[in-house]
Design a protein around this ligand. Structure first.
Ligand SMILES: [Zn+2]
Ligand SMILES: [Zn+2]
Length: 414
């Protein structure tokens, strides 16, 4: 079983805990559409990662084998300490490049596209960053840090990163100036001018202080989360592709090779004519994208998300035993589920009917036992019940569904 199979339920338990704690503290930090979008983006990212067979690890192992300079004894604690510092230092540069080079930003932007900040934001990960980011860790392989040490340090750092995505932990004084903490990472996710291109660290924030990219969260100007050029969509596929589409459009429409290269490799703020591109005017930065969610739609969204979660866990548990086409089909099915749900959130035409058809086909297949792995008779019964509840909720949703008009929630005074 992949390690993520055990990590996901723990992440979800903490997410639920944060949701309850925030309600109890009278500081609601979750919105249904945003959280479901974040989690579905996380599912799709994992599905893609499995398909590309963890490119980072494969290339890393190859480099250690071919060009590794030293042979390290994994039982020596200093090897782990060295690996931790190297990984954290290289992550700083990978993350910094992810914000300062357009092509890399097109991948990383996904993580910043939420206008909320909570533990679900941590799981809003890009599906495409694994294509590029392994390059930044080649120096560790060249030194010869064993692949097991590299993978473990990366995993532990990623678990640490999950917990810094919260608004419920206040500033921590001197700790905020040594480690990446909720406070300085909140600042990293802000679209206030003072939050742009700062606090790239993964576990240690000392790299930011060394290289001049450190900023403290301000009490006089609370962080407003999200992008200065907002996504304004619940669509997890578009969240992953939007900036690539913009780069492609720029390359096709900008004359001159130099400009075309700049479209791909310049900083995101670059424009061919030097005139800053339109970003959200300062007066609108405190507004969040939201679409109306009728009561039944909310209930259905929760139900569909729960079913999606169970399927995701099942996919994780069987994926290593599936052929590549089967694995790809199952991953695609999870992506289609998420995409269809996002269309309904946005109140798209026929979205409820399409969602009903999707539910009918999916639960029908499960109930008949035609799935990617054998379906037990109990699971078949559960599928029939879940299918009937889903269709009933969709019928109710259809009755109250209106074409969604995006409304912008003001955070002023929130
Ligand atoms: Zn970032
Ligand atoms: Zn983050």
């Amino acid at each position: 079983m992949p390690p993520i199979f055990y990590a996901v339920p723990v992440f979800m338990a903490f997410l639920l805990l944060e949701l309850l704690a925030s309600r109890w503290m009278g500081r609601p930090v979750y919105r249904l559409h945003d959280a479901v979008t974040s989690l579905n983006i996380g599912f799709i990212s994992e599905a893609v990662r499995s398909l590309v067979k963890m490119v980072t690890v494969i290339f890393y192992a190859l480099f250690v084998e071919r060009v590794g300079t030293f042979q390290f004894d994994m039982s020596q604690p200093w090897v782990w300490v060295l690996a931790f510092f190297m990984y954290d230092f290289l992550y700083y540069w990978a993350h910094r490049a992810g914000h300062e080079v357009r092509l890399l930003w097109a991948a990383h932007v996904v993580h910043h596209s939420s206008e909320d900040f909570n533990l679900s934001t941590a799981l809003r990960q890009s599906s495409t960053n694994q294509l590029f980011y392994w390059i930044f860790y080649v120096p560790m392989a060249v030194v010869g840090i064993p692949v097991q040490v590299f993978v473990t340090v990366a995993l532990l750092s990623a678990i640490y990163q999950f917990f810094v995505h919260t608004q419920l932990v206040p500033k921590l004084g001197w700790v905020d100036r040594i480690f990446v903490t909720p406070s300085n990472h909140r600042c990293h996710h802000g679209r206030n001018d003072y939050c742009i291109d700062v606090n790239y660290g993964f576990t240690l924030i000392i790299w930011d202080r060394m290289f001049g990219t450190y900023a403290e969260e301000r009490d006089d100007e609370p962080v407003v989360y999200g992008l200065q050029t907002p996504l304004r969509s619940w669509n997890p596929v578009w969240a992953n592709l939007k900036n690539y589409a913009q780069i492609w459009h720029g390359v096709c429409n900008t004359p001159g090779w130099k400009n075309k290269l700049m479209e791909v490799f310049a900083t995101p703020a670059w424009t061919p004519d030097g005139v800053p591109k339109t970003v959200l005017p300062e007066s609108s930065r405190t507004e969040r994208f939201e679409t109306p969610a009728p009561k039944w739609q909310k209930l259905y969204a929760l139900m569909a998300y729960l079913v999606g979660f169970v399927l995701f866990m099942h996919w994780l548990s069987v994926t290593n035993g599936l052929t590549v086409p089967m694995r790809a089909s199952y991953g695609l099915l999870l992506a289609i589920n998420a995409f269809s749900l996002s269309r309904m959130f946005a109140g798209r035409r026929w979205s409820v009917e399409i969602e009903a058809l999707r539910a009918l086909l999916m639960f029908g297949a499960l109930a008949s036992g035609q799935w990617f792995s054998p379906v037990s008779s109990q699971a078949q019964i559960v599928a029939v019940v879940a299918g009937l509840i889903s269709l009933a909720l969709l019928a109710k949703t259809a009755g109250e569904q209106r074409p969604a008009v995006a409304k912008f929630q003001s955070l002023e005074g929130a």
